[in-house]
Every structure is written in C-alpha cells, then in structure tokens.
Design a protein around this ligand. Structure first.
Ligand SMILES: C[S@@+](CC[C@H](N)C(=O)[O-])C[C@H]1O[C@@H](n2cnc3c(N)ncnc32)[C@H](O)[C@@H]1O
Length: 266
C-alpha cells in the first residue's frame, strides 16, 4: 500500500502565489518573448503540477527546446494543452459516432494561438483544419512550430472574420473553436463571456451569419468560474452537448473547462 504526504497548506499557497506572479510576467513583460526550455518546464510545474503537464502537439515541455519549438509568454498561459484538447477531441468523436455517423466536414480554429486545439481535433477526427491568428508574433511562432512538426493546418495571419468570410460550410458537424483572449473579462467574479475581446455573443453571431442557416458545432474554453450567467446567455439558443472539466491544478477560478454546443440551423 502506498501512502502520500499532503503538502502543507502554506506550501500550496506559496506555489499558487508563484503561479499568479509567473502568469502576470508571461502576460505582461514576457508576452511576446520566446521562453527558454527551463521557463517552459517551470510553467508546466506551476500551472499543471509537473513540467510534462505543459505539452503541445504531443511534445512535453522538457523536450520542447530540443525539438526546436517556440512558445511566447502569452501563448504559454493561453494555450489548451494536449491532455485537455485530446479530451475534447474524444468527446467530439463520440458525438459524431452517434446513430447517424457523420463523414467529412472541417475544423475552424478561429483564435488559434498555438494551434494545438485545432491540431488535436483535426488529427482525432481526420478532418482538415483552418486557423486564424491575428497577432503577428504568435502567428510566426505557431507557423514555425507547425512546420517543425509537419502539420498540414491551413494557418492564416488574419482576423477570424476574414477566415470565416473565405470559407464555405461543408457539413452539419463542422466545428468552430472559439477561444478569444479574456483580457479584462477575467476578474475575481469569474470569466464574463460577454466581455471577452471580442465578446462571445458577437463571435457566435459572426459564425451564424457565415453558416447562413446551416447547423454546426462550437467548442469553447472557459475557466471554472463563470461571471453571472454569461455562458448561458451567450449560448441561449444553442444546444449544450458536453462539458469537459479537467482535474483542477490551480485555485477555483483559475482552472479551465471546455464546452461543446450545437448551433441549430433554420
Ligand atoms: C486565448 S488565445 C487562444 C489559445 C489557443 N486556443 C491555444 O491553444 O493556444 C487567443 C488568441 O487569439 C488571437 N486573436 C485575438 N483576436 C483575434 C482575432 N480578431 N482574430 C484572430 N485571432 C485573434 C490572439 O492573438 C491569441 O493568440
């Protein structure tokens, strides 16, 4: 029988304080700087409890530098890691294998950052991925990483609305990944989805216009504390399909949740 020793409360508190300091640094002064291998391991330890917890494109933080990956400070905080993206991909695969299994379609990663979310959905479902990223520094780092791993994701340096305007819907299970920057929408009261940049309801309206009456799926990342009823309000005419709640590694309000919805057609 194995026994574990619980860390003292003060140790947990100081590691959480260290996480919030690190987060402020990566979203502030180190926002557009490529992190070193040691910093990526530290990020894994502080956010996910161990260096390998930060893992993208199947490559854990301790191997990222040797594999030539480039992650900016902001993307290290904002990304959806392998474990989370793969769990959402599994849920989507399950939904698509229902009574009427669906072939074909596309994954559209509208605010792609590292592109890891789209990477996993595309790989798991065997679908083409189209992705937009507006920040030229993030785009360059992601372009570099996708080339390193030989990914065929169609990555564009553009606003998500331009990507939408360039695409023709392919099928009812086309899936749109919605992960806009949180910025000032993330406060002690939780994440206000009506105050992200752009607001989630506006993004959903853009998707509906582009779909022109055809249904589709939407995957969205939130934190584990929503401000008010902003999630329900944002998706008020949508059908909730699944919520994936990874094991928390941070204090309440700082962990991630993932939700899958169907936007009905006309
Ligand atoms: C929360 S991050 C997404 C993280 C991503 N899902 C990942 O796994 O790395 C949001 C990204 O959207 C980009 N972005 C912000 N506004 C945008 C826009 N209007 N169109 C496209 N990308 C945008 C930001 O530069 C940032 O990299």
């Amino acid at each position: 029988m194995t026994s574990t020793v619980e860390p003292a409360a003060s140790t947990v508190e100081s590691s959480h304080a260290a996480y919030f300091r690190f987060r402020d640094e990566l979203l502030g002064p180190s926002r557009n700087r490529v992190l070193t291998g040691a910093e990526l391991c530290e990020a894994g330890r502080l956010i996910y409890g161990r260096p390998e917890g930060l893992s993208l494109y199947g490559i854990p933080a301790p191997d990222m530098e040797a594999k030539g990956l480039r992650l900016l400070g902001r993307t290290t905080i904002e990304c959806s890691i392998d474990a989370y993206s793969a769990a959402v991909a599994d849920a989507l695969a399950d939904l698509r294998s229902g009574p009427l299994p669906t072939q074909g379609g596309m994954i559209v990663d509208l605010f792609c950052g590292s592109g890891n979310f789209g990477f996993h959905l595309g790989q798991r479902l065997g679908l083409p991925v189209l992705a937009s990223e507006l920040d030229p520094d993030v785009y360059q780092a992601t372009r570099h990483n996708l080339d390193r791993i030989g990914s065929a994701i169609d990555l564009r340096l553009t606003d998500y609305r331009m990507l939408l305007a360039s695409l023709t819907p392919r099928g009812p299970h086309d899936t749109y990944v919605v992960e806009p920057p949180w910025g000032s929408a993330f406060t002690a009261a939780g994440l206000d989805l009506e105050a992200t940049s752009p607001p989630v309801p506006a993004i959903l309206d853009d998707i509906r216009r582009h779909r022109a009456g055809l249904p589709c799926l939407v995957a969205i990342k939130t934190n584990d504390q929503i401000a008010g009823d902003s999630l329900t309000t944002s998706f008020r005419d949508a059908i909730h399909l699944r919520t994936i709640t990874p094991e928390p590694t941070l204090p309440y309000g700082a962990n991630m949740d993932f939700h899958l919805y169907r936007l009905p057609g006309n």
